[in-house]
Design a protein around this ligand. Structure first.
Ligand SMILES: Cc1cc2nc3c(=O)[nH]c(=O)nc-3n(C[C@H](O)[C@H](O)[C@H](O)COP(=O)(O)OP(=O)(O)OC[C@H]3O[C@@H](n4cnc5c(N)ncnc54)[C@H](O)[C@@H]3O)c2cc1C
Length: 388
């Protein structure tokens, strides 16, 4: 336990969440990885246990706990070794619900946030489009005002929970002549006429559903606009700090999981008459990897603390995701090597870990885009300000 950040209450939560995952989730993971569909009952169980509301306001059913409960939630989710299952859960809470909580009015929060906390409704966040994800301001989906309604047309892709979610938080252009200042955020019920989704096949994150979504003359009431018209880009950028920290934390946690497994493995496996953990080449490799994991973890904890204190951590969250995801890919690859041929086998954890980890440097802002943001902040002295 790192007592600089975690109290005994935090650790008691970690233990109970870990036990819950072991009992309720782990037995189903292989099936969900095969089918690409997470059974609905587990969403409800998460809701009943309060896990979706750790960070949400009490008045809507949340627990309003400090961010280190979220850190534990994320870390333990990584350790069931299904990046897809973890993504389905954290994308619901920290992508979709974050927008509902921050930009939704009281009516929207009662209709979507409370059932999301209870596990009765699943959400997804739709920003990326087939024509491009990195250039968010270049999106082409439109939301044109007509009387008391908006008419949505366009498409989104690579959306986590994009097929099975009950509602969609959607970024669309309300002013097609503008770039970032023309974007607004809407909430759309899955059953609305004109919404359709296609499931995508992918390298990893296999338990999660990743969808391409089409909006064909979808009519929604103007009340489904979240926050102010034209402010969507600022909202998205504001929440990216949390999302990127989430992905940084996920990365250090899965690397730690891989390393713990590999250390155990080399302490049992024999070659040339001794266990592998007696070979200096491997010992030094483990020492390097452990140092990298620890450095990222400590950095991530320290910026989580700053976020919890209300600081705006755009640069640091970008750094967290940039380095932690790179470190995780490299550590998991190194751990796979420690297992030799078994590292390549599906019945051992490294194969899935390796392919799941690879998404870290792509989703939620690629490493190239993060370097752009960091360079702008440290070279051009650009400042990003919170939208809310
Ligand atoms: C499994 C999965 C789940 C996802 N979940 C979601 C989700 O829930 N919601 C959502 O909205 N999106 C989601 N995404 C989308 C993800 O955020 C995008 O894939 C990502 O932002 C990159 O966009 P792109 O794929 O269009 O790549 P592009 O923008 O086409 O980029 C292609 C390449 O060019 C590079 N590049 C682009 N611009 C620059 C530049 N200015 N300088 C240097 N290099 C550049 C990129 O770094 C990348 O290497 C998900 C993606 C995946 C694969």
């Amino acid at each position: 336990m790192n007592s600089m950040y975690f109290t005994e209450e935090h650790e008691a939560f970690r233990k109970s969440f870990r036990d819950f995952l072991k009992k309720e989730v782990v037995p189903h993971i292989n099936k969900w990885e095969k089918t690409g569909t997470i059974d609905r009952f587990i969403w409800k169980k998460f809701g009943e246990m309060g896990y979706f509301g750790l960070h949400s306001p009490e008045e809507y059913g949340g627990l309003n706990l400090d961010i280190f409960y979220t850190i534990i939630f994320l870390e333990e989710l990584q350790k069931v070794n299904s990046g897809g299952f973890a993504a389905a859960m954290w994308a619901h809470v920290y992508l979709a619900m974050t927008h509902v909580n921050k930009e939704g009015n009281d009516h929207i929060k009662k209709k979507y946030l409370t059932p999301s906390i209870h596990g009765d409704k699943i959400g997804c966040l739709c920003i990326t489009e087939p024509f491009g994800g990195s250039d968010v301001a270049g999106m082409r989906t439109t939301a044109i005002k007509k009387g008391d309604n908006y008419i949505i047309n366009g498409s989104k892709t690579f959306i986590t929970n994009g097929v099975y979610s009950d509602y969609l938080v959607v970024a669309a252009k309300t002013d097609t002549t503008s770039r970032n200042k023309g974007i607004s955020i809407f909430i759309i019920d899955r059953e609305t006429k004109g919404v359709s989704a296609t499931k995508l096949d992918k390298l990893g994150w296999r338990a999660s559903d990743t969808g391409e979504i089409a909006f064909d003359n979808v009519v929604i009431p103007e009340q489904n606009l979240m926050g102010e018209e034209g402010k969507g880009f600022s909202y998205i950028m504001s929440h990216f700090a949390l999302e990127r920290l989430v992905m940084g934390v996920n990365a250090h946690a899965r690397a730690e999981f891989a390393l713990e497994y590999a250390i155990q493995y080399i302490s049992e496996r024999q070659a040339f008459g001794k266990t592998l953990d007696k070979f200096q080449a491997l010992r030094h490799k483990v020492a390097d990897m452990a140092s990298e994991v620890e450095m990222c973890k400590e950095f991530n904890y320290s910026i989580a603390k700053r976020l919890n204190e209300g600081q705006y951590i755009v640069k640091e969250a970008s750094m967290s995701k940039l380095l932690s995801t790179k470190m995780a890919d490299s550590v998991i690859n190194g751990c796979l090597q420690l297992l030799g041929g078994y590292g390549y086998m599906e019945e051992y954890p490294m194969a899935r870990l390796l392919r799941d980890s690879r998404l870290g440097q792509i989703g939620g802002g690629t490493s190239e885009i993060l370097r752009e943001i960091i360079a702008k902040m440290i070279i051009d002295k650009k400042e990003y300000k919170p939208a809310t």
